[in-house]
Design a binder for this molecule. Structure first.
Ligand SMILES: Cc1cc2nc3c(=O)[nH]c(=O)nc-3n(C[C@H](O)[C@H](O)[C@H](O)COP(=O)(O)O)c2cc1C
Length: 377
């Protein structure tokens, strides 16, 4: 049995508990100019709050490795050294609240140049839109038709992943996750539904996985040995003729051999598909990767209840639990979970907030000193 509040050590980094903040785009950077891609006050408050709430690992939203790799013009980026100081501010805040700062580095491929979801559609030229690049010139439904990448585009994208990883290390991140899920560039190469190339970057399993393996090698080469590397996969496209769970297991073995320490197992989002969405619906994928590739995995997706999270660990399906929407609703989910599971001693709130948590269920305290009152005024 693995306790939700027990630490986990990946290489030289110890994460205080098994709860991770899943990457979540906030779509609020400047779309252009000197501040494009730089974290804002919003990112600082948002990520710091979730570290204060007790998560062990706090991962930034998809962080673009090139400007053209942004999902929307308002995405976070780390394609330029000038962006490092603003990221350093984030990593310091997250670490100061006891969490490990991580970043998800990403290229959106054919799903680039869209608007924030609350606006919908593609980014127009007036909103700094651009023509995306992809393995093949096949558009995702409703999005711009991409240009098929040349060999040179592919090599420079792999180099961009490595350069971004190097900047992430310089900015103080202690965990890097490669985004190879949700129909973004690396996933587009993996799936035969979006990769119809007939050169060495397409075709069979070896061809379709080549860019992922080369990116992992390039990124691992610029990271310190004691720093863990993760990767997020969509374990299946949920579609006939698409990427499969068996292929994810096979690829997980290969990336583990290249130095990946944690696989974050999600699913879908390459194309619309009949997904059996429900509580913990992606956990079987995480368990398949954990058992089949003998690697640490994070389970994610519709995990909302403390006991549900603890059960997934107890049953040996995952090593970490990543939460997205539950942590948007409640940044204190980990502290609330510790209370709900009767484990208040297992997760301390920061000293500044301790009176709010250590007094739970006890006498009311005087508002300005920590002394218990004998009567309520
Ligand atoms: C607002 C929002 C933004 C997201 N952005 C990203 C992202 O940048 N990268 C990513 O891999 N997944 C992203 N996701 C997916 C989440 O990381 C997570 O896999 C998904 O929401 C399922 O987990 P949940 O049921 O706990 O929300 C996002 C989800 C939400 C709700």
């Amino acid at each position: 049995m693995t306790d939700l509040f027990s630490p986990i050590t990946l290489r030289g980094v110890t994460i205080r508990n098994r709860i991770g903040v899943a990457p979540m785009c906030q779509y609020c950077c400047a779309p252009a100019g000197a501040d494009a891609g730089k974290p804002t006050d919003w990112h600082l408050a948002h990520l710091h709050a979730r570290a204060i709430g007790g998560a062990g690992l706090v991962v930034t939203e998809a962080t673009a490795v090139t400007p053209e790799g942004r999902i929307s013009p308002q995405d976070l980026g780390l394609w330029d050294d000038a962006q490092i100081p603003a990221h350093t501010r984030l990593t310091r805040a997250i670490a100061s609240a006891g969490a490990v700062p991580g970043t998800q580095i990403a290229h959106a491929g054919r799903k680039a140049s869209t608007n924030a979801p609350w606006l919908g559609g593609v980014a127009g030229d007036d909103a700094h839109g651009w023509t995306p690049i992809a393995p093949s010139a096949i558009a995702a439904p409703g999005l711009r038709e991409p240009r098929a990448m040349t060999e040179e585009d592919i090599l420079s994208t792999i180099a961009a992943f490595a350069a971004t990883a190097k900047r992430a290390v310089a900015a103080g991140y202690r965990f890097i996750e490669l985004h190879a899920a949700h129909g973004y560039l690396l996933h587009q190469f993996l799936s035969p539904l979006s990769n119809q190339r007939n050169d060495r970057w397409g075709g069979d399993f070896e061809g379709r996985t080549r860019i992922v393996l080369e990116s992992v090698k390039a990124v691992r080469a610029v990271m310190p040995d004691d720093m863990p590397l993760g990767i997020r996969f969509s374990h299946t496209d949920w579609l006939e003729g698409g990427w499969t769970t068996e292929e994810t297991v096979q690829l997980s073995r290969l990336v583990k051999a290249l130095g990946v320490d944690l696989i974050d197992v999600s699913s879908g989002a390459l194309l619309p598909a009949p997904i059996p969405v429900g509580p913990g619906y992606q956990v079987p994928g995480a368990a398949a990767v954990r058992n089949g590739a003998d690697v640490a995995v994070a389970a994610v997706g519709m995990i909302t209840e403390p006991q549900q999270a603890q059960d997934i660990l107890n049953e040996g399906h995952a090593d970490m639990i990543f939460l997205a929407r539950a942590l948007l609703r409640d940044p204190y989910w980990p502290l609330h979970a510790a209370t709900a599971l009767g484990r208040v001693e297992a997760l301390k709130a920061p000293a500044q907030y301790d009176r709010a948590w250590s007094s739970l269920g006890k006498l009311p305290v005087d508002l300005e000193s920590a002394e218990p009152l004998t009567a309520v005024a």
